[in-house]
Ligand binder design. Structure first.
Ligand code: Z5A
Length: 212
């Protein structure tokens, strides 16, 4: 008799720009692979050929806020249907650099689009799908800005937003984490790279020992 495959685990990483999320992504993916898990490592906006083309538009072209939100969800629809859900159905672990929480924080709190409209879009695009675990790598806005300034590259459209904007985004992430403490783990991102990585891997190990 064959047994249905156990559903996989959906893990996301969030934080304001410069928090160190992308730097730590590989540590999370590496810890899972070292534990013998099959991992799909992906990101938003992006993660599919169409999603990556939408990402290029989003990062470079000025557009109305509503257009931006709808493009985030268009890319996400493709990503959920062709990458995330199939991997979860195969019993794999999906690690995604940002997901819908980023839309609530950036387009909602940051840019002022009504949260209930964004939540309605989320319910349409991925009904019943939410991350099992979300890491919020948290740093004060000024430290994140210092780190970005230290990088010798041209800032994209999102990175050019004001400190007040990033303060609203950070505040919304912290509120989301407080509202759902079983899903979110807040990691202090102000420490050195190794300490942040050790913290993430420690939480990953705990999760791997427990059925999520
Ligand atoms: N966005 C949105 O608005 N709505 C949505 O729904 C979604 C996204 C999904 C692209 O996302 C943009 O899309 C993003 C939000 C918006 N805004 N921007 N910009 P992204 O995730 O691809 O881009 P990002 O957040 O800007 O990633 P990033 O530039 O890679 O930032 P990060 O991941 O937070 O930081 P990092 O690159 O890992 O680190 C930044 C620098 O700090 C780097 O030089 C590191 O070496 C350094 N760093 C990192 N950690 C440390 C520590 N602990 N100590 C010292 N230095 C450190």
């Amino acid at each position: 008799m064959t047994h249905p495959t156990q559903r996989g685990v959906f893990i996301t990483l969030e934080g304001i720009d410069g928090a160190g999320k992308t730097t730590q992504f590989e540590a999370v993916v590496g810890a899972l692979r070292a534990a013998g898990r099959t991992v799909v490592a992906t990101r938003e906006p992006g993660g599919t050929p169409i999603g990556e083309r939408i990402r290029a538009l989003l990062l470079s072209e000025p557009m109305h806020y509503a257009t931006e939100a709808l493009l985030m969800f268009a890319a996400r629809q493709e990503h959920v249907l062709s990458v995330i859900e199939p991997a979860l159905l195969r019993g794999e672990v999906v690690v995604c650099d940002r997901f819908t929480d980023a839309t609530l924080a950036y387009q909602g709190a940051g840019k002022g689009l009504p949260i209930d409209r964004l939540e309605a879009l989320a319910n349409w695009v991925h009904p019943g799908l939410a991350p099992d675990l979300t890491f919020l790598i948290d740093v004060p806005v000024e430290l994140a800005a210092q780190r970005l300034r230290a990088q010798a590259r041209i800032a994209d459209r999102f990175e050019r937003e004001s400190a007040e904007f990033f303060a609203r985004v950070r505040g919304h992430y912290l509120a989301l984490a407080a509202a759902e403490p079983l899903r979110w783990v807040i990691v202090d991102g102000t420490r050195d790279l190794e300490s942040v990585r050790d913290d993430l891997v420690h939480h990953m190990r705990k999760i791997l020992q427990e059925p999520v």
